[in-house]
Write a protein that binds this ligand. Structure first.
Ligand code: ADP
Ligand code: AMP
Length: 216
């Protein structure tokens, strides 16, 4: 299965994509996670990307396309993947199409998670992230078993700097300007499946599974 998740920041893409990938036994590839690993280790790419991420802007297409293409070339992605946060622009979508055509591996489906902005703001203000495995939690809706520690590896959770209210507003604008056009792109390709992202994590997961059964 080759799937991708589309939706605004905070829609629950990472939460749902991770579950689907685990269930299918394919890697969950999130462009934001790849970037944050570079930022955390202070590579030149990470230093460059951080300037954009801290403001809530997209990093340049060439940089992210190179990063995701390298990840897709790793052996574990040969049998499938769940992409999350990529593509976000027309140039990225065209580049992904080229990559998939070169490898004779078409996409099976695109899940569009639909969540209104008031819900998004509430989700992002309570998001906590494990800096080791990048799993997202929410202080009220999806808390870890032990207060501030990741259930999977015990790492102390952090708040993402770009989940600060001003940056969230900017990220939502950038999504509307640069990414919403991709919905029509994938709809025209007959791949888009719309899923209501409001409700408990389990409830949304059930809808995603149903959508995949029916639409991909
Ligand atoms: P995205 O990857 O789209 O930015 P995340 O998966 O990181 O979104 O989710 C954003 C925040 O909302 C996280 O704190 C996550 O725990 C929480 N969350 C995800 N899905 C739900 C849901 N269905 N209900 C409530 N909170 C959710
Ligand atoms: P995310 O973890 O998906 O919310 O991404 C965090 C930040 O990383 C975004 O606000 C962008 O600055 C950057 N980013 C992630 N994926 C992309 C992408 N496909 N194109 C451009 N910038 C990206």
């Amino acid at each position: 299965m080759r799937l991708l998740f589309l939706g605004p920041p905070g829609a629950g893409k990472g939460t749902q994509a991770r579950r689907v990938a685990d269930r299918l036994g394919v890697p969950h590839i999130a462009s934001g996670d790849l970037l944050r690993e570079h930022v955390a280790t202070g590579t030149p790419l990470g230093v460059e990307a951080k300037r954009y991420m801290d403001r809530g802007d997209y990093v340049p297409d060439d940089l992210i396309i190179e990063l995701v293409s390298q990840r897709l070339d790793e052996p574990d992605a040969a049998s499938g993947f769940v992409l999350d946060g990529f593509p976000r622009t027309q140039a990225q979508a065209r580049s992904l199409d080229g990559y998939l055509a070169d490898h004779a591996t078409p996409l099976d489906g695109v899940i569009r998670l639909v969540v209104p902005s008031d819900v998004i703001v509430e989700r992002l203000s309570g998001r906590r992230l494990c800096p080791t495995c990048q799993r997202a939690y929410h202080i009220a809706y999806d808390p870890p078993d032990d207060d501030e520690l990741c259930d999977d590896d015990g790492t102390r959770l952090i708040t993402r700097p770009d989940d600060e209210a001003d940056v969230v507003r900017r990220r939502l604008c950038v999504y509307e300007e640069a990414t919403e056009g991709l919905l029509a792109y994938y709809e025209d390709a007959g791949l888009l499946v719309r899923v209501d992202g409001v409700g408990e994590v389990e409830e949304v997961a059930k809808r995603v599974d149903e959508a995949l059964g029916a639409g991909a």
